[in-house]
Design a protein around this ligand. Structure first.
Ligand SMILES: NC(=O)c1ccc[n+]([C@@H]2O[C@H](COP(=O)([O-])OP(=O)(O)OC[C@H]3O[C@@H](n4cnc5c(N)ncnc54)[C@H](O)[C@@H]3O)[C@@H](O)[C@H]2O)c1
Ligand SMILES: [Zn+2]
Length: 377
């Protein structure tokens, strides 16, 4: 096995570890009893594995690993895609647990992308007032984002991620080999969040990413594991200081996202992948920071150059001609905005961002107009 990284997420009695490496999945039967013992939990009466239609094979791999060491297992697979973060799907999961006589000693294992992590985590949080759960993410986005922080949940038909709970996992296994089947576009989309960590918290990491975009695009295992580990570490340091999103510190993770959420909503979910919207959103945020005198033009160009080298967009693929005032109104509805006031996470230098509450609307308007113009060009 190649290099293995361990990232601890220090949350007191909810402390857990993320193990990252090629083939790290094979260590699940060895690790699961240790994780349970660390929380004074009994051996599992049942391990319930949730996957989606694109990750069923990985789910089966997990089931085989566990049943071959004598554990009782059950598997459920839901349709791939965001639509599975629904009340109906949530209900089907609970029905399936009951049919399998799940009790408080059941362990939930979520094997899939962010959708499965969010749904499986929420099922675990709700069933019998909380079952231990393990995450085995299979997309780069889930590796570097949803594996840290304990946010779980489903969508309300009117509001994304509105129904949920904080439920920290027992442990997370990130096996880089599982990314082998991930489509290129999904993979690159995850890289946008990786770049984000550099910009918001670690200038040196950003410079490292600049040095070897080709290695990253080639999914070179050692490099990939190191980059995922650093990303998880940077997110963990933020989450540790603001686990339940109360102090405002966790908001820095939303760099580029005020813009991104609006782009995703207005282009119709699915047309732009989340990471693509974040890439365009980070470019907008950098330009906004430039226009209010926080960074210089060179910063904007440096970030845009790296994003482009990683195959990420900084303009809309097919320009969306929505009036900028509609976009701004929509931003005010973002659940991260407070009292209808626009709030942005803006960089002041590479590796450092701040929450800014008094950005003039005219400056935001100008950035959006400029984006529309460049997208048309
Ligand atoms: N809880 C959190 O902190 C957090 C953070 C970020 C995002 N999210 C949530 O995560 C979701 C997005 O995550 P995502 O981008 O992983 O989406 P996803 O789970 O829908 O996965 C994207 C697509 O890739 C497929 N797939 C997954 N792994 C694969 C593999 N190894 N090979 C081939 N195909 C594979 C999936 O079936 C799906 O079609 C959103 O619902 C978002 O709200 C949660
Ligand atoms: Zn994001």
């Amino acid at each position: 096995m190649s290099a293995e990284f361990i990232v601890p997420v220090e949350l007191g009695e909810r402390r857990y570890e993320i193990a990252i490496g090629e083939r790290v999945l094979d260590s699940l039967p060895k690790r699961l009893p240790k994780w349970l013992a660390a929380r004074n939990l009994p051996a599992p009466s049942l391990v319930w594995v949730l996957t989606d239609s694109n990750t069923t094979a990985f789910g089966e791999q997990v089931t085989e690993l566990l049943s071959s060491c004598g554990l009782r297992t059950a598997t459920m697979s839901v349709a791939a895609g965001e639509n599975s973060k629904s009340f109906d799907c949530f209900r089907e999961c609970l029905d399936n647990l009951i049919a399998n006589q799940a009790d408080r000693a059941t362990v939930v294992v979520a094997v899939g992308g962010g959708v499965i992590g969010d749904l499986g985590g929420f099922v675990a949080a709700a069933y019998a007032r909380g079952l231990p759960f393990v995450q085995i993410p299979t997309t780069l986005l889930a590796d570097v984002d949803s594996s840290v922080g304990g946010k779980t949940g489903i969508n309300h038909p009117l509001a994304k991620n509105m129904i949920g709970a904080f439920h920290q996992p027992l442990g997370v296994l990130i096996d880089t080999a599982l990314l082998g089947t991930l489509p290129d576009r999904e993979y690159r989309s995850g890289l946008a969040e990786v770049v984000k960590y550099g910009v918001i918290a670690d200038a040196e990491f950003f410079t490292e990413l600049e040095r070897s975009p080709e290695q990253l695009l080639a999914r070179e295992p050692e490099r990939l594991a190191a980059v995922i580990a650093r990303s998880c570490e940077l997110k963990a340091r933020v989450v540790e200081q603001d686990e339940h999103e109360r102090t405002g510190l966790r908001a820095i993770l939303n760099y580029g996202h005020t813009f991104a959420h609006v782009f995703e909503a207005l282009t119709g979910y699915g047309e732009l992948l989340h990471g693509e919207a974040v890439s365009i959103g980070m470019d907008c945020a950098a330009r906004l920071a430039e226009s209010v005198g926080r960074v210089d033009r060179q910063f904007v160009e440096r970030q845009a150059t790296l994003l482009a080298k990683l195959g990420l967009p900084v303009t809309w693929p097919q320009g969306v001609d929505v009036p900028t005032s509609t976009l701004i109104d929509r931003m005010r509805l973002d659940k991260k905005s407070v009292g209808g006031k626009l709030r942005f996470i803006l960089p002041t230098r590479m590796g450092h961002v701040e929450t800014v509450r008094d950005v003039p609307e005219a400056a935001v308007d100008k950035v959006l107009l400029d984006l529309q113009e460049r997208s048309r060009a």
